[in-house]
Design a protein around this ligand. Structure first.
Ligand code: DMJ
Length: 557
């Protein structure tokens, strides 16, 4: 009989369509009331749990894995950073503080007095600025980061000028700040590297004071930007404030000396910071230079960081070429004499000098190193800058004493460079000279042109004298240094500081240029001081000087 209750009817109707539902229904009807209540209670409980999950739990459970993931990532990152710091710390070379005594003789005292005189003037009129203009008693700005302080602090330390050193150290700790103070201008990447980074590195090695390492890393991170080129050779200029790199305004090429004279510093920064990235940049750029084809080790003075090609054909050991060759030898020493490519490239370039650039000047028979134009035409021009080569060859000879021609050439070139000083009425060398190579001509051996008659207080001959004296023990080299020092005292010393001069030929009117170059204190006075010592304070197997006279250690590899 058909049930008239609409619910049951419908239900029954549905049941007709499903035998499975019918059995379920029958089963339900057969259950005891308590059993039914129990099942209903279980169903309701499940329903509550489900609703609860939808409204709170689901949200939470959905979020949990994300939070969990994020926390895990943070933990992992921290662990990785800890590991990196540990790794960096364990890679860092340990520095041994060095103590220097007071001057030991009259000559050293005189040089230290000169340093005092120069420093006092800078301290009084230009403190915190880059350089001093000693005639106008005013500061001059170049990079905006206290160049003279950073470039010269290791000289103060070596000369045991404690008060001045402490002052300089304090300034570097509190006021050396590329963000706040550097000028918003493009400046030479090479000059900042050799003078400022070099200064920070060397004073760190001498004192072990961590503030210098910190500053070196801050600066090194900026300088690294320039290596970001298709070849890995650095661009010529950097704007420290904007952290931007650029080529020169007039060409995208860089000077050979500029791309080849930053490797000692970047490599050293990696060794003391434990961070490999600087050394990688140094190695990559050194490899690019190594892989270029050369004329008996010689190369033109311009190269493109964009494609690695040389341009022009001028070959010179003076401006724009010099320290590329210098650093070949010094990189070999810095890396424990293990990387033979550096020695091979260096000795090959000395072969190139002998074959293409080494000539006798008449009538006095002075050997000199000339230049090539268009890679083949010889020019008898020599910059004072090239006088570094004498010391550099003597240094190379000290590691391979069977190569006696290196010492012979070093002696000959030192003599010629000294004559460049001694022949002038002021006893000071001009910036550039020309030699007479024709034995039949009755002219002077050395000629100075009006535009080249200036002296910038440069160090190259003094640097070579320092090597020559300690490698030969010949006191003549100390005496030559003393003569030159006295000429500096006589013709470049001002009431306040020292000034480069315009005319070394005219002792009655040298015409001061109103500029005290930071390298006069960083290099010239430092090398003079070292030259007059009784023993070599920086043995050549343990130390190398960067091209700005900042001592850096030689490593084992
Ligand atoms: C210094 O900055 C360095 O010695 C550089 O290698 C050449 N020029 C000056 C000194 O003359």
């Amino acid at each position: 009989m058909k049930n008239t209750n609409p619910y049951i009817v419908n239900f029954d109707d549905k049941l007709h369509s499903s035998p499975y539902s019918i059995s379920l229904y029958r089963y339900w009807r057969q259950l005891h009331r308590q059993q039914r209540l129990f099942i209903i209670a279980i169903v309701l409980l499940c329903l509550f749990i489900y609703i609860g999950y939808r409204s709170h739990g689901a949200e939470k459970m959905k979020k949990l894995p994300e939070d969990y993931h994020r926390q895990e990532v943070v933990k992992e990152k921290q662990a990785w950073q800890r590991k990196k710091i540990e790794q960096i710390e364990s890679n860092k070379v340990k520095v041994q503080k060095r103590i220097f005594s007071n001057p030991i003789n009259e000559r050293q005292i005189a040089v230290r007095d000169a340093m005092r005189h120069a420093w006092k003037a800078y301290r009084t009129y230009a403190w915190g600025y880059d350089e001093l203009q000693p005639i106008s008693k005013a500061p001059s700005i170049w990079f905006g980061i206290g160049l003279t302080i950073v470039d010269c602090i290791d000289t103060l330390y070596i000369m045991n000028m404690t008060e001045e050193y402490n002052d300089a150290r304090e300034w570097i700790a509190t006021s050396f700040d590329c963000d706040a103070n550097s000028v918003d201008k493009f400046n030479s990447h090479f000059e900042i590297t050799i003078r400022i980074l070099g200064g920070l590195l060397s004073i760190y090695h001498l004192t072990g004071d961590e503030i210098f390492l910190k500053r070196a890393v801050e600066l090194g991170d900026r300088l690294l930007i320039n290596f970001n080129t298709p070849t890995g050779l650095p661009l010529a200029e950097i704007n420290l404030k904007r952290k931007a790199a650029s080529g020169y305004r007039w060409t995208s090429d860089s000077a050979l000396s500029e791309v080849g004279t930053v490797q000692l510093e970047m490599r050293d920064l990696s060794r003391i910071s434990g961070d490999q990235k600087y050394e990688n940049a140094a190695d990559k750029s050194a490899a690019v230079l190594h892989n270029q084809s050369k004329k008996d080790g010689l190369v033109p003075i311009f190269i493109s960081p964009l494609n690695g090609r040389f341009s022009g054909g001028v070959v010179s050991f003076g401006a724009r070429g010099d320290s590329y060759y210098e650093y070949l030898l010094k990189q070999w020493v810095q890396t424990g004499k293990q990387r033979s490519v550096f020695w091979d490239d260096w000795i090959e370039c000395i072969g190139g000098v002998r074959k293409h650039l080494w000539r006798l000047a008449y009538p006095e028979k002075l050997y000199f190193v000339g230049e090539l134009m268009s890679l083949s035409t010889f020019s008898p021009k020599m910059d004072h800058l090239a006088c570094f080569l004498a010391g550099n060859m003597a240094l190379g000879w000290s590691y391979q004493r069977n190569l006696t021609y290196l010492l012979d050439m070093a002696k000959d070139l030192t003599k010629t460079c000294y004559e460049m000083y001694a022949k002038q009425p002021t006893g000071l060398s001009p910036e550039i000279v020309y030699f007479n190579t024709d034995a039949q001509l009755s002219v002077e051996t050395i000629t100075v042109r009006a535009n080249d008659a200036h002296n910038l207080l440069r160090p190259e001959l003094i640097e070579s004298l320092y090597y020559m004296y300690f490698l030969t023990n010949d006191k003549m080299y100390q005496d030559w240094g003393w003569n030159i020092f006295q000429s500096f005292e006589k013709y470049t010393r001002q009431t306040d500081g020292y000034s480069s001069i315009n005319d070394v030929r005219n002792k009655d009117n040298v015409r001061p240029r109103d500029k005290m170059e930071s390298f006069f204190l960083a290099e010239t006075l430092k090398y003079l001081y070292l030259l007059f010592d009784a023993q070599n304070l920086f043995p050549y197997d343990e130390w190398i000087f960067n091209t700005e006279a900042h001592p850096l250690p030689a490593y084992k590899n």
